[in-house]
Design a binder for this molecule. Sequence first.
Ligand code: AMP
Ligand code: MG
Length: 306
Amino acid sequence: MNLSKYIELIKAGEVVAFPTETVYGLGADAWNPSAIQKIFKVKGRPSDNPLIVHISDLQQIENFALDIPESTQKLMDAFWPGPLSLILKKKPEVLDAVTAGLDTVAIRMPSHPLALEFIFKTGPLVAPSANTSGKPSPTKAEHVKQDFGEYFPVIDGEATKIGLESTVIDLSQVIPSILRPGSISRKQIEEVLGTFVEESFFHHTEKPRSPGQKYSHYKPNADVRWLKEDEQPNDPFCLYLLISNSEQASNIINYNGDLNRLAAELYDRFRQADVEGFGSVVIEIFDDLNSHIAPVLLNRIQKALH
Ligand code: AMP
Ligand code: MG
């Protein structure tokens, strides 16, 4: 794909949406304050919610972070490029608009080939999910256009593979701490680091360590709820996402136990419900303890429940 017009837009201080393996990001030059302001304006994003810097080369981390602990190299070797965002102490020159005034910065190297090529040619980009704040994250180019309009610049890289946002881990404190669960699990991280990793996203406080966690996310206009025990999936105004139940109908999607596919499609189904006018999205409860993605799906679904 020819990316030159998108690269020119970034260099001219504009914002461009691009695919990653998690969700579509809304990119702006990480060193251009007015371009970054456009991200907050386009998304309607609260200004206290910091952005993740996306890089294409391991060396670039040194332009943003200070006092980089040993654990960083281990995690980069194991999981980059990939769906893991690292929070590190920031260099003084990192723009306040990027970190929302925090003394740390979040950095990730995505694995999607188009994302890597794009960032390689533009330089580091800040990129939150390319949706209107409060809406489900986009997993297809058409989702970005639903939120930002038909003529909005989007690099179309087809549907994203993972479909849920990256794992966010804070390495700026003595004990590494997962601030947002993602497809890279605590267990995988503990195996690589050989140390205990804490999880601190089970909070509803006013001032969580990851500011984004206090905002309602991922919500369609339709109500999202769990399928009740003994409930039959027979209401035509509901879109049913079933895991084990084998009912068939146009408003019933059957995942046959494939939670990775449910994760990849969840936000698309939320958006489908709104486009097609369903009143509710009804999801069958799952408790596949062997699956890495199950707790991540639970986290995102819980945030979308009415
Ligand atoms: P998004 O890119 O829209 O998926 O959101 C990025 C997430 O990373 C939000 O939940 C932010 O609060 C979080 N984040 C970004 N930078 C930091 C940071 N320096 N400290 C803690 N959380 C951060
Ligand atoms: Mg987001």
